[in-house]
Every structure is written in structure tokens, then in C-alpha cells.
Design a protein around this ligand. Structure first.
Ligand code: C5P
Length: 310
């Protein structure tokens, strides 16, 4: 995430993420699942522009970037709002909820106008809504000169959503608990991916309800070591997502995307988060562009060649 402040506005760039590793350790009494996940930000961004509003309101103007809005796929019971759809009520938006929480925590009644331009699809396992919320917290903290310490922003972020603290911390990290306990990994070099997001999204809650905690959890450390070594083939062997069977039981797209990637010479392909996006780890940016070009005409939804990095 980067943030640019001028006297009249704050602009924030909110990246998507990929889960290179996700293990489900158990179901908790509070209904959440205990996880170990390794996430990297990728260069696919939403953009927020925050300006002061004199009327004390939180006003959210949310739109898709040109060319990003597509027809909506038919709903299923477990579908998320849909890759192209945004919540009709702005108060359901994670940005609004984050800003409201920030005002209450800081004890201020300032207003703000947020223009949000979205590229990251919703219900897609790329955490666009969580990244937007983190960007709103960081942006408003600056716009309103609140100077809240990082720890306080992090605890507020965790209340808005499990993935929000990851984006506030910035950079690749291993995340534990329900996802809110962050261990930053520092620089891991640039990795190249192809990301495919089908039109139909899935509800995160529905995928977690359908999952079974692993009886023999895989450790994340071998992936961390492989990423540090920079060897694509080593990293490829360690990619893992324990939510894939649950997502595949709810959406036919999961098997389709796995099969599509198998036809290509990629190092490995996995689902991100709770789906429905899949990604392939590629040998280079050029290789990723080549694979993305081959997949773009297959009617799979949106296809991007991207690199890791905030
Ligand atoms: O925290 P977030 O709002 O992203 O979570 C959405 C839903 O996903 C939760 O309500 C919960 O049902 C499920 N979830 C879970 N375990 C996690 C994270 C999310 O069960 N660690």
C-alpha cells in the first residue's frame, strides 16, 4: 500500500493479495477458524482518494475502473455478492465500516468523502474489500491528523475483517490466529503470477463452513525457506491451500481452473484464499504474460499477469 498526502486530499493505493499457503488448524468457539497462511501483496490495485467533508458524513463513491465491470453470473446459495457487484448500501462496505470504527475509537466527528475506484474483484479470494478498509484507516488517520499508533490501528483493523491487519502491516507475511496475527517476512524478491478470477464469486463464510480442519497440518516454514532461496521450483512444491476441496464442493469453477492451468507449463497453480480466484506461479514476468495471453481467450473471467509487491 502506498499513501500520498497533499494539503487537500490523501490518495491511497490498495493492493490485492494471494495466499501462497493456507492451512486450517481447527474450528474455534467463536465460529472462526484457526489458520496459518502466507500472503503476498500483488500489483493489482484499488485506488482511494479521501477529501474532508464539512457535513460530518462519511460519503462513499464507489465505482469500477473502466473495463472492469462485467455481467453478473447467476447466483447460487453460496455465492458472494458477485465479482462485479458492490454492496448497494454503502454502510455494508468495509471502507465505511472502517472509517466509522476509526471515528468512534478516536472520539472525533470529522466527515470524509471517499472516491474508491475498484479493479480487484469481490468474492474472489483476493481480499479487495479488506485492502480497501486498511487503506481507508491509514488514509483517514493521516487526513484527520489523528496520529493513532500502529498497534491501535491494527486492533481496529482486526475488528473490520481478518485480512485487514495484513494490509496495514504491508509486505509479505505469515498470518496466524484467524489471520490477524502478523509476522512480516521482509523482502522476498519479485515473484510472477497469472491470476484468473471467474465471474462467480464465493462467500468466505460458506467456504469455511464447508471445510474440514487438517488432521495432519502442513508447516509453512519450508515455503518461507523456498521463497527466501528464490528458487521457483522449490517454492512451487510448497504452495498449499486447504480450502480448495471446500470451494470445489461449492463452485464448478474450481476444477475447471485447475484443469486449465494444468494444460500450461506453469510451476504450480493454487486457489487464493477462499476462492474463487486461482493463480499460477510462473518462472518470470515474461512467462506469466505468455500464459496470461493463452488463458485470456478461454472464457474464464478476468486474467492478469502480475508481480508480487505492494
Ligand atoms: O473476517 P472476515 O470478515 O473476512 O471473515 C468472513 C467470514 O469467514 C467469517 O464470518 C467466518 O465465517 C469466516 N472465517 C473463518 N475463519 C477465519 C476467517 C474467516 O471461519 N480465520
Amino acid at each position: 500500500m502506498w499513501l500520498r498526502a497533499s494539503p487537500s486530499a490523501v490518495e491511497v493505493c490498495a493492493p490485492a493479495k494471494l495466499n501462497l499457503f493456507l492451512e486450517v488448524l481447527g474450528r474455534r468457539a467463536d465460529g472462526f477458524h484457526e489458520l496459518v497462511t502466507l500472503m503476498v501483496p500483488i500489483r493489482l490495485h484499488d485506488r482511494l482518494r479521501l477529501t474532508p467533508a464539512d457535513d460530518g458524513q462519511i460519503e462513499l463513491d464507489c465505482r469500477w475502473a473502466a473495463g472492469e465491470r462485467r455481467p453478473r453470473a447467476p447466483d447460487t446459495a453460496d455465492a458472494a455478492p458477485g465479482v462485479a457487484q458492490l454492496p448497494a448500501d454503502p454502510r455494508q462496505n468495509t471502507v465505511w465500516r472502517a472509517l466509522d470504527a476509526l471515528r468512534r475509537r478516536a472520539g472525533v466527528d470529522h466527515g470524509v468523502r471517499v472516491q474508491l475506484v475498484k479493479r480487484i474483484p469481490a468474492g474472489a479470494g483476493l481480499a479487495g474489500g479488506s485492502s480497501d478498509a486498511a487503506a481507508a484507516l491509514a488514509g483517514a488517520n493521516r487526513l484527520w491528523n489523528l496520529n493513532l499508533p500502529a498497534g491501535e490501528l491494527q486492533s481496529m483493523a482486526a475488528e473490520v475483517g481478518s485480512d485487514v491487519p495484513f494490509f496495514l502491516a504491508g509486505g509479505a507475511a505469515v498470518c496466524r490466529g484467524r489471520g490477524e496475527r502478523i509476522e512480516p517476512l521482509g523482502r522476498l524478491g519479485n515473484w510472477s503470477f497469472v491470476v484468473v478470477s471467474p465471474e462467480a464469486g464465493l462467500s468466505t463464510a460458506a467456504v469455511f463452513r464447508a471445510c474440514r480442519p487438517s488432521p495432519a497440518p502442513r508447516p509453512v516454514e519450508p515455503l518461507v525457506a523456498a521463497l527466501r532461496s528464490g528458487r521457483t521450483s522449490d517454492a512451487a512444491r510448497q504452495l498449499h491451500n486447504a480450502l480448495e476441496p471446500a470451494a470445489a464442493s461449492l463452485s464448478p469453477w474450481m476444477d475447471r481452473l485447475r484443469d486449465e492451468f494444468r494444460r500450461h507449463d506453469v510451476a504450480a497453480a493454487r486457489m487464493s484464499g477462499s476462492g474463487t480466484s486461482w493463480f499460477a506461479l510462473c518462472r518470470s514476468a515474461r512467462h506469466a504474460r505468455h500464459v496470461a495471453g493463452a488463458l485470456a481467450g478461454r472464457g474464464l473471467g478476468r486474467v492478469w499477469a502480475v508481480q508480487s509487491g505492494a
